[in-house]
Design a protein around this ligand. Sequence first.
Ligand SMILES: Cc1cc2nc3c(=O)[nH]c(=O)nc-3n(C[C@H](O)[C@H](O)[C@H](O)COP(=O)(O)OP(=O)(O)OC[C@H]3O[C@@H](n4cnc5c(N)ncnc54)[C@H](O)[C@@H]3O)c2cc1C
Length: 469
Amino acid sequence: MAHILIHGAGLAGLSTAALLARDGHRVTVLERDPDRPPPPEHPEIAWTGWQRRGVNQFRLPHFMLPRWWSLLSTHLPGAGGPLAAAGATRLNTLAVLPEARRGALRDSDARFDTVTARRPVLEAALSAVAEAAGVIVRRGVSVTGVTADQRLDVPRITGVLTADGRSIGADLVVDCGGRRSALASWLPTVGARRPVEERADSGFVYYARHFRSPTGRLPEALTSIQQNYDSLSVLTLPGDNGTWSVVFTTGGRDGALRALREPDRWHGALARYPLAAHWADGEPISGVDVMAGIEDRYRRLAIDGRPVVTGAVALGDAAACTNPSLGRGASMALIHAVLLRDLLRETDPRDHDKLARRFDEATAATIEPLYRATLWYDRHRLAELAADLAGQPYRTTDPRWLASKALYVASLTDPELTRAHLDITSFLAQPGEVLGVPGVLDRVLALGGGAAQYPHPGPTRAELLDALG
Ligand SMILES: Cc1cc2nc3c(=O)[nH]c(=O)nc-3n(C[C@H](O)[C@H](O)[C@H](O)COP(=O)(O)OP(=O)(O)OC[C@H]3O[C@@H](n4cnc5c(N)ncnc54)[C@H](O)[C@@H]3O)c2cc1C
């Protein structure tokens, strides 16, 4: 068993820490933000009072996908308690859909179960889970660099340096420092090559608002959580304790839609979408929060299969993050954390070279395809939004995009395909797996091929601009 230092107490850092501590490792998490989370039983203190400057998206909408819940409840079975104490909402993303669309429920539909909450509430609950597993979380400790054994060909990280001048040693350092992790800039200071990094603005902007129900009940889901329309997408996301959020996602170049930052116009626009308008029937508990400049980023601590350092791995957003409108970040981080936990079960953490190579291989085999699949979707959607802005139809020769559009349309009328589509959006299966089942693609194309680009009722771009004044 090893001493493992985790840099960053976000969703990735806390769940990784809890998984590793349950396996008997001595785990310490160092977090720059000083405030302690309130106990899970106080969700409103988490929402209004807990300061987390290190996480830009802390008060922006989050929804936990069924894949996340399936992993969490399997590998951290104690997590359900703090989440329930925090008032997190349990729901089945299929069951909430109109029965006319999904048909009668079946036993196998339990795979669409999930538990979700506003981000601060989730994080407070996960913090309690980590601490109950024996993790030491030190808050107010800023990591400023790494220490390394530089006598080796490939430097081996031996610990971290902190802003108060301390050096803390560890058998393994896990970078969970998020999208803006500085690990890449620390490595050259210990003689290591800079990691390979892909990085680009995802191109999307978010205009989001949180609400609370006057009755404690969530608005009825008339269709899918994510709805694509001319020029924007609408997301309707259940939260905890009778709260929820509504998000408009647009292309960053769409200057006319920047009017959505103003609450009156935001509401004026939402009122034009009949399947989502009633999600404004609650007490607003936030302003219209705007987030832009969100990067897609993929970082590997190896070049051509050769580690740039050993003794350190990057996980969660520090390794791979994308535009979050598909809501996959926490699930990807948890998949990655389980990979690390499993690898440490069969590889001695002090066998530094082997661990670094095998974690890189596992990341490339499992995380990279998920990252690329998300980017693939985003690139098409962004191009589609750009075409809407230009007043042109979106044309692509990519058959996979056409099949994915057809699947959505077909999922609106065919209960089997409702499930097939939900398997993809719940992150339980990839499009190729779903569409590769014999007969599925033919059925999808028969029911959804050649359908309208945007199947749901909603304003045209001109009508939307009119609503925005
Ligand atoms: C607008 C938006 C909406 C999102 N919605 C969803 C969603 O609906 N569903 C979903 O699954 N995911 C969503 N995500 C993604 C999700 O937030 C992340 O994937 C998830 O939080 C995992 O992040 P992380 O723990 O790797 O990083 P973070 O949550 O960013 O945590 C990193 C932590 O590291 C700390 N840190 C950084 N540097 C240092 C340092 N030098 N010293 C000490 N500590 C340091 C920071 O303070 C922070 O606490 C969304 C993201 C955005 C931007």
